[in-house]
Design a protein around this ligand. Structure first.
Ligand code: NAD
Ligand code: UDP
Length: 335
């Protein structure tokens, strides 16, 4: 019996693949490499000493997905595959809805026809929208402000409806906060195309000299130093949360939305200072206007993950920054 990892060559999927292999699980990876490289799969093998089965295929390609399920005994799916750039989604809504929603529909339909009814889905804290107070709890109303966020809200609904229609389904909706860091080995990490949108990849490229200066988007928020506060979580902690979610899905049917965050919020300036310690040099930054769509504070109430899965994040901000810096130094051109 194997676990299928969609998007398993990507940032979070590759770290989860490593932890599943280390735990002795059999895995199959499907990825179209639209935002990743085959090198990630080679490095998963290098770290674990185990060769994962890899299909370079698109979730939208139904015959290819059928073939994967025909050739493997898939017991559960961890579904990472999707386009994830918030800003780009505003300019390419059809591409985002087609890839993320239709891709999920094809996947679920093929799962259903093979009697595979366990899915762990990569949702996001973005589903808490602009109006909920922090800390975010799973029972709060969901909403979105951009096509990317809507794909997460819609897929959560689709998977919930699937369980309503067939209560044998086991659905875990993991709402990630801000995954950062990299594998301790320095072999795996985030490898964004072009100029990064997210804070940590941007800071690391400033530190390594590829980018000139970090723009801090606003210092007039109601936070301890005026800059935006987020719940940063080490990608390896996040990966381990998936193992717990899979164990839960093995023994429970139903739908559960679960936050994966630390419950601790750090500001942009806190992150800059922690990264400066990690890399041993100052990060060049300036204060820029607020970024449209940003909220002041965003952090999890992590109690449900602790109660349901017995999971909680172990690694702190300094370790996240050290591991990212180690990856950046070892891979200045990415993977
Ligand atoms: P990523 O881009 O590194 O990984 C996604 C992978 O999916 C990529 O390797 C890409 O090539 C693949 N993919 C995309 N569309 C595909 C398709 N149609 N068929 C096959 N493969 C396809 O992103 P990530 O940071 O690892 O994120 C994984 C998931 O977690 C995504 O669904 C993302 O929306 C979600 N998420 C990420 C974050 C974050 O900050 N990184 C936060 C919350 C939620
Ligand atoms: N941010 C910033 N400069 C950047 C990128 C991000 O000041 O170049 C800030 C952003 O305003 C937010 C935090 O860093 O307060 C995290 O942003 P990111 O895009 O990494 O994640 P988000 O929480 O928006 O998904």
């Amino acid at each position: 019996m194997a676990i299928l990892i969609t998007g398993g060559a990507g940032f979070i999927g590759s770290h989860t693949a490593v932890e599943l292999l280390n735990a002795g699980k059999e895995i199959v990876i499907v990825d179209n490499l639209s935002n990743s490289k085959a090198e990630a799969v080679r490095r998963i093998a290098q770290i674990t000493g185990k060769e994962p089965k890899f299909y370079q295929a698109d979730l939208l390609d139904r015959p290819a997905m059928e073939q994967i399920f025909n050739e493997n005994n898939i017991e559960a799916v961890v579904h990472f595959a999707g386009l994830k750039a918030v800003g780009e989604s505003v300019y390419k809504p059809l591409e985002y809805y087609h890839n993320n929603i239709t891709g999920t529909l094809v996947l679920c339909d093929v799962m259903r026809s093979h009697g595979c009814k366990k899915i762990v889905f990569s949702s996001s804290a973005t589903v808490y929208g602009m109006n909920n107070p922090v800390p975010f709890k799973e029972g709060m109303p969901t909403s979105a402000t951009n096509p990317y966020g809507y794909t997460k809200v819609m897929i959560e609904q689709i998977l919930t409806d699937l369980h309503t229609a067939d209560p044998e389904w086991s659905v875990v909706l993991l709402r990630y906060f801000n995954p950062i860091g990299a594998h301790k080995s320095g072999l795996l990490g985030e490898d964004p195309n072009g100029i990064p949108n997210n804070l940590l990849p941007y800071i690391s490229q400033v530190a390594i000299g590829k980018l000139e200066c970090l723009s801090i988007f606003g210092n007039d928020y109601e936070t301890h130093d005026g800059t935006g506060v987020r719940d940063y979580i080490h990608v390896v902690d996040l990966a381990l949360g998936h193992l717990k979610a899979l164990s839960y899905a093995e023994t429970h049917t139903g739908v559960e939305a679960v936050n994966l965050g630390t419950g601790v919020g750090y500001s942009v300036l806190d992150v800059v200072h922690s990264f400066e310690k990690a890399c041993g040099k100052p990060i060049n930054y300036h204060i820029a206007p607020r970024r449209a769509g940003d909220i002041a504070k965003n952090y999890a109430d992590p109690a449900k993950a602790r109660e349901l899965f017995g999971w909680e994040a172990q690694l702190g901000l300094d370790e996240m920054c050290q591991d990212l810096w180690n990856f950046t130094v070892k891979n200045p051109q990415g993977l």
